[in-house]
Design a protein around this ligand. Structure first.
Ligand code: DC
Length: 231
């Protein structure tokens, strides 16, 4: 048993399952660094929307995107409110969570060149262990040898309800039906894309949190973490 070494924890799953809440909580509980890989796909999407690389009809200018990829720099900073996503030096944390980005991010996340660049950045961030990273392909592609892999799911209706409440709280004008449609559409694109589709790694532990309280989830997660440390 070696409890001194720091492991990599990979948390994957469907959108709006509360993966990032779980991952953030675990990271702060055990003193690890939290990395939100979805924020990186969102930041590239924001860049593409701002620069007209994604057109009004959702058409993607692939040639420009691939050409400009090397000049898209993504970083993370911390402040009192938590983790901030920095796109080319600008704090875009709030903007990348808006519906406009959510409804275009799957198109960007399906581009192999984008995935290759972001996966390389994610691997570099996790080089020394001691991280909790959440996303869709962390246990399957980014860190296939991670010591602890979790796959989170919950029903589309429960997820849409959570997301709807979050967006309304932020002052966005959305309907529950639109949010549910967005959740279902994102699942479809994430599961069927050719490059790193969303799927549970064979050795990932499954958790369905549709009817679990935050405390139940956290205690489940900490137990799994301690087991992984000791194995
Ligand atoms: O976790 P999230 O909803 O913020 O992720 C935003 C999008 O990015 C989501 O549609 C799936 C995609 N994504 C991905 O393809 N691979 C990851 N590792 C993380 C997110």
């Amino acid at each position: 048993m070696n409890t001194d070494s720091k492991i990599i924890v990979a948390i994957d799953g469907y959108s709006s399952t509360g993966k990032s809440t779980m991952a953030k909580w675990l990271a702060s509980e055990v003193g690890y660094r939290y990395i939100d890989s979805g924020a990186m796909y969102r930041a590239v999407t924001l860049y593409a929307l701002r620069g007209g690389i994604i057109g009004k009809d959702k058409a993607l200018d692939m040639i420009r995107l691939v050409k400009e990829l090397p000049s898209i720099n993504i970083d993370f900073r911390r402040d009192d409110s938590g983790q901030l996503t920095i796109l080319n030096g600008e704090n875009v944390e709030r903007e990348i969570r808006m519906m406009e980005v959510s409804s275009h991010v799957s198109i960007i996340a399906a581009v192999p060149e984008v995935r290759h660049r972001l996966v390389a950045m994610q691997r570099a961030l996790g080089d020394e262990g001691g991280i909790v990273m959440d996303g869709r392909d962390i246990g399957t592609t980014v860190f296939p040898a991670a010591s602890l892999k979790i796959f989170v799911t919950s029903s589309p209706e429960v997820r849409a309800d959570r997301r709807y409440k979050e967006l309304i709280e932020k002052g966005e004008k959305v309907t529950y039906e639109d949010v549910l449609a967005n959740v279902i559409e994102r699942d479809r694109i994430d599961e069927t894309r050719k490059e790193s589709p969303l799927r549970k790694a064979d050795d990932a532990l499954l958790i369905d949190n549709s009817f679990m309280t935050r405390d139940e989830q956290n205690s489940w997660l900490l137990t799994r973490f301690n087991e992984a440390l000791q194995s």
